[in-house]
Design a protein around this ligand. Sequence first.
Ligand code: HEC
Length: 210
Amino acid sequence: MKTTWIKWSASAVTGLMVAGCASYPDQATTRQMAEKMVFEAFDASLAHMKRLEQDRSQQICSKIGDAKLSREEAAEVVKLARASIQYPASGQLTGDWKAGDRLAHDGSGDRIRSGKTEANKQNGALCQNCHALAPGEINVGNVGPPLTGYGKQRGNSEAIVKYTYEKIYNAWAYFPCSNMPRLGATRHLTPEQVTHMVAYLLDPQSPINK
Ligand code: HEC
């Protein structure tokens, strides 16, 4: 009796799975459903709701499943990223490595706590979450490549300074849809803060190059 019941429920589950697969919603519907679900999870009156509106690049990069990025889409993301880059008023792309060192390890700002967006005088950069930094630091992430010895390996030519600034400001200018956040373009970091990050990566005195 018991075995029969198990057999019955097993075939019912299989039947449901097959029915489920047959009626799988298309990509546009799946996206709408997912966005609605996320939207409803937050208090709609709060300022951070703006973050749920995807800009054009984020829409291109948020394809569902394994859908490939086309050559044209990748080119559009790069073009938008390049257009987003702003430089500091001083024109000086290298700032203070000590300030950069602090920011690289600081995760404050822009977080949602108890339903409110954290208000901070300045946001941290938290490169530490994704990158290995100074030699011997163990509390680091590996989502991105190690940045240990970055300046020692590349020098600090004008081209490297410019690349490093632009890469941190909007990583998608060089690698469309990568997992590196668009730190300057989303206004998480100011152009001045990005110059501190450049100094932190390139200055021979910075712990990252020791
Ligand atoms: C959420 C994870 C994440 C955070 C936070 C992050 N990065 Fe990245 N970073 C990546 C990934 C992934 C890559 C590789 C893909 C790419 O190049 O965009 C990368 C690539 C880079 C590169 C290019 C490396 C090369 O070999 O040219 C630099 C430079 C860099 N990150 C610097 C930083 C700095 C500085 C910070 C902090 C201000 C930072 N990243 C924060 C994920 C992250």
